[in-house]
Design a binder for this molecule. Structure first.
Ligand code: ARG
Ligand code: ZN
Length: 884
């Protein structure tokens, strides 16, 4: 009998019928309730009989009582939408198991047993993309955080580490390539047209790092020899036809392996490193031991189909997942509250890697932009949580900008205070001391303290308190003394009404107005609620450059004259501070404009100051173009909204667009010259050519804002002559917002040209959904009905709907249609893919900070969603908290 087609009948046990339906109010999991596991699983054997609609899974677990556990005789094996088809203990079938909700409980009399369980899953029906699922004709897995329990019954918690031996059998035609973690130890063929492979991973790992991939795949293969001489086979597996777009990923992988040896002393520990690209994936990528699984968008790149930003993202994510081999896999997390232990640290590591591969200054600015546009709003809204949360209902909701990006900032502050050498001593000690363990954030902090010599007693508050600290700054001058006064407040967040002051490391410089030089950068650490710092020998009031390099993830409130900001935008030798001065200049002006606080004279003066700084940026010969392009970007509307207690998105959009048009008009000539110069630079991947492409599209944006006809003329010319995706997408981005005939021509050409390439068609959707075209909402509605649109592919869903949700013009349209669009999406997507559906809730959750008419409409969508009877735990948690 074909075992894979056997129906999923549960094993003899009357308990199955009693499995309770999921309760409507999901239980709250608390950090303080942590208990070590009662049973450990030193060895796991898994046998898969593969089929797209039916895969049989037979597990063999050697379980031993945990000497540090509760001594409980009951073994709890987590499950999720699976039933046990057979249960055996020490080789004999048993019937006295029971189900507790989704979990399987087995009483075990002794201290060590062999437990065997059989289950069957349907990968084709798995639209959640958690556990074992089918994508594009192949089988793959995603187990973090709690997907393994959708494959087989297991203590699915990160502190149960096991060595895995996997055997899989499948049809040779459908599944020519069979992959799992570790090394392939044996393979062979059967007489019936199936073949099999055995894999063994010698490194004990938690279940969330398990992976299996089976399907028709081809590899880009290369080798890397580690510092101690281990020769590693590196493969990047893709669907046939995609292999020509894998070289950048391979280069990035090999660069990552080398960099981690040099920067952190970390060497790879297996003879094989596999990466597989899959097209249906909820997140970016996954660090499974020896078998990383990636969203195709972070693997595939060539000049024709990927932008420079896509190239950077591939490099960053390849690095991120590779670095997890030490910060995540060799040392994992004790429980999911410690998620930032691996994610915050690994984000910092990938940021430092990308900085070393390219421009440190530009990378820092980009990282701060992400933090401010994604994490700051989270930290000031209903879903605010510390980087080490205290409770959750659904852990998938905590893969957030706070855990990842603020988590990275917190570790970066330690590095800033210790200095790179001492910091490295701290990480060395951490890796040494906790290798092979499931550790906690506290373990990391303690290692850092002892290794680096820092005193982190008060600093631990960064792990337990949510909210972005606000630092108020004043600088006074008398005689020859400059006095800096700083005071901090950490705003209240849900569940944390009162906060304590945190240590805030601030890199500062004091500039002399005449010489335009500072007296040497200093690091000051504000530890109290308020403090005063005195600086001698200043004949005049100096210009203060503060939070240079964004040394602390705080918001600085410092009221100062435009001329000081113009000064810093032109002369600061810290590139981030220079960018920051330009941003502050614009933020101050737009916030005043939006709140109606600008009379004509003040508006003229504000624009003149911004224009002066802008012109200096456009023409400064000392700036490289990558940096110039960065400095030209106006602050995002979401960041502007963050500066106001209650924001009017319509007014923000109008004022920001008006400023852009004014700059485009006023500096038309310089911008035209900049665009012309950039157009003349031929394509290459070097920094100068990438810089040229960056300013090309920046200049185009301003030109189009100032003069629609001139913008359209230049954009369609750039589109038609483009020999790479950066230029082509840059031109199309401008055209998609313009109400001109060239728009249709370019969009139709783009679709026809790249019809066969899903990642490029994603761009086609997101450019239109993200546009500022007057009919953008009509376009989005039409795109949702386009034959290329599907709700089952997360990349496509995000391409259309995430682009719409972050497009202030579409989302905050005064009709409320943008809110209804996202509300409807959440409700329709939830039954298909709850994890991805839940990611759309925070956009509506910002209602408290939006003017009352729009706020009421946003809230209504949340209420309508909350009223749905069968909401997932994911969406339920986010919606409830957003209304609360
Ligand atoms: N650990 C992965 C990464 O940071 C993210 C996986 C999260 N997946 C999920 N389904 N929540 O690269
Ligand atoms: Zn990660």
């Amino acid at each position: 009998m074909d075992i894979a087609s056997r129906p999923a009948e549960p094993a003899e046990n009357t308990q199955v019928a009693d499995a309770a339906p999921p309760p409507t109010a999901p239980p709250v999991i608390r950090r303080e309730d942590y208990q070590p596991p009662a049973w450990l699983v030193p060895e796991t054997g898994l046998e898969f009989t593969l089929g797209i609609d039916a895969t049989l899974v037979a597990s063999k677990l050697r379980v031993v009582r945990n000497p540090d556990g509760s001594g409980d005789a009951v073994l709890r094996l987590n499950g999720d939408q699976i039933v046990p088809l057979a249960v055996r203990v020490d080789g004999a079938a048993v019937n006295d198991w029971r189900l507790d909700g989704p979990d399987l409980l087995i009483d075990l009399p002794g201290a060590e047993h062999l437990v065997e369980v059989e289950t069957q899953v349907n990968p084709a029906a798995n639209s959640q993309l958690m556990g074992l699922y089918a994508s594009n004709g192949m089988l793959c897995t995603q187990c973090e955080a709690e997907g393994f329990r959708r494959i087989t019954f297991f203590p699915d918690r990160p502190d149960v580490l096991s060595t895995y031996s996997v055997r899989m059998t499948g049809d040779k035609g459908t599944f020519p390539i069979l992959l799992s973690n570790g090394n392939c130890t044996a393979q062979g063929e059967n007489a019936d047209g199936t073949h099999w492979a055995e894999w063994h991973d010698p490194w004990p790992k938690p279940s969330y790092l398990f992976a299996l991939v089976a399907g028709e795949l081809v590899a880009n293969h290369d080798t890397f020899t580690t510092t101690s001489g281990r020769k590693v086979d590196c493969n990047i597996w893709v669907r046939p036809g995609d292999e020509d777009r894998t070289q950048h990923a391979m280069d990035s992988l090999i660069a990552s392996m080398k960099w981690d040896e040099e920067a952190f002393g970390r060497e790879y520990d297996l003879d094989l490193f596999n990466i597989v690209a899959v097209s249906d994936f909820n997140m970016g990528a996954m660090e499974n031991k020896g078998l990383n699984v990636f969203n195709t968008r972070y693997v595939l790149a060539d000049p024709e189909t990927a932008t420079d930003a896509d190239y950077d993202a591939v490099e960053g994510v390849i690095g991120h997942e590779y670095f997890h081999n030490w910060s995540g896999n060799r040392i994992t997390c004790r429980d999911w509250f410690q998620l930032s232990l691996k994610e915050g640290f690994t984000v910092l590591r990938d940021q430092l890697f990308s900085a070393d591969m390219g421009s440190e200054a530009v990378k820092r600015i980009e990282d701060v932009r992400v933090l401010r546009s994604a994490q700051f709003p989270e930290d000031s809204g209903p879903l605010a949580h510390p980087i080490r949360p205290d409770s959750y209902q659904e852990i998938s909701n905590f893969y957030t900008a706070t855990v990842y990006n603020k988590g990275a900032e917190v570790i970066r502050m330690m590095r800033t205070m210790a200095g790179p050498q001492q910091f490295r001593k701290g990480t060395d000690l951490y890796f040494d001391r906790h290798d092979g363990e499931a550790a906690t954030c506290e373990d990391f902090v303690r290692s850092m303290e002892q290794g680096s010599g820092l005193d982190l007693a008060q600093f631990r508050l960064w792990y337990s308190q949510a909210g972005t600290p606000q630092v108020a700054v004043t600088l006074k001058h008398e005689g020859t003394t400059a006095t800096l006064h700083l005071s901090q407040t950490v705003p209240p967040t849900p569940g944390q009404p009162e906060k304590q002051p945190v240590p805030i490391p601030l890199r500062i410089g004091l500039f002399d107005r005449e010489s335009k030089e500072h007296t040497g950068e200093q690091l000051i650490v504000l530890t109290k609620a308020s403090d005063t710092f005195v600086f001698e020998d200043f004949a005049k009031l100096p210009v203060l450059s503060i939070n240079r390099g964004f040394s602390a993830p705080v918001s600085i409130e410092f009221d100062r004259p435009n001329e000081d900001l113009v000064f810093l935008a032109a002369h600061d030798d810290d590139p981030f501070a220079r960018y920051e001065a330009m941003q502050s200049l614009v933020v101050q002006h737009l916030v005043a404009a939006v709140s109606g606080g600008l009379n004509d004279a003040a508006r003229t003066a504000g624009r003149a100051a911004i224009g002066q700084a802008f012109a200096a940026i456009v023409t400064d010969p000392a700036l490289d173009d990558l940096m110039r392009g960065e400095l030209m970007i106006l602050p995002a509307e979401s960041y502007l909204a963050e500066q106001m207690l209650i924001a009017d998105p319509g007014a923000i959009h109008a004022e920001r667009e008006a400023l852009k048009a004014w700059l485009g008009c006023e500096y038309a000539e310089a911008l035209g010259a900049l665009h012309d110069r950039a157009v003349g630079v031929p394509y290459s991947r070097d920094a100068a050519a990438r810089g040229a492409r960056k300013i090309k599209s920046q200049a185009l944006g301003y030109i189009a804002a100032g003069n629609k006809a001139e913008g359209a003329r230049r954009a369609i010319a750039q589109y038609r002559s483009a020999d790479n995706m950066t230029d082509r997408q840059g031109a199309l981005l401008i055209l998609s917002s313009l109400d001109v005939p060239e728009r249709e021509e370019a969009l139709a050409d783009f679709h026809a040209r790249y019809e066969a390439n899903a990642l490029v068609i994603d761009k086609w959707f997101s450019l239109q959904a993200g546009s500022f075209h007057p009919d953008v909402l009509t376009h989005i509605r039409e795109l949702a009905g386009h034959p290329d649109f599907t709700m089952t592919n997360p990349n496509r869903v995000r391409a259309l709907y995430m682009a719409a949700a972050v497009n202030p013009k579409a989302f905050h349209d005064e009709s409320g249609e943008g809110y209804r669009l996202i509300g409807d999406l959440i409700r329709r997507l939830d039954p298909i893919n709850p994890q991805t559906a839940a990611r759309f809730v925070p956009s509506l959750g910002r209602w408290r900070r939006i003017e009352p008419v729009r706020a009421a409409m946003m809230r209504e969508e949340l209420q309508k969603t909350a009223a749905e009877p069968d909401l997932s735990r994911d969406v339920r948690e986010q919606v409830t908290k957003s209304l609360g």
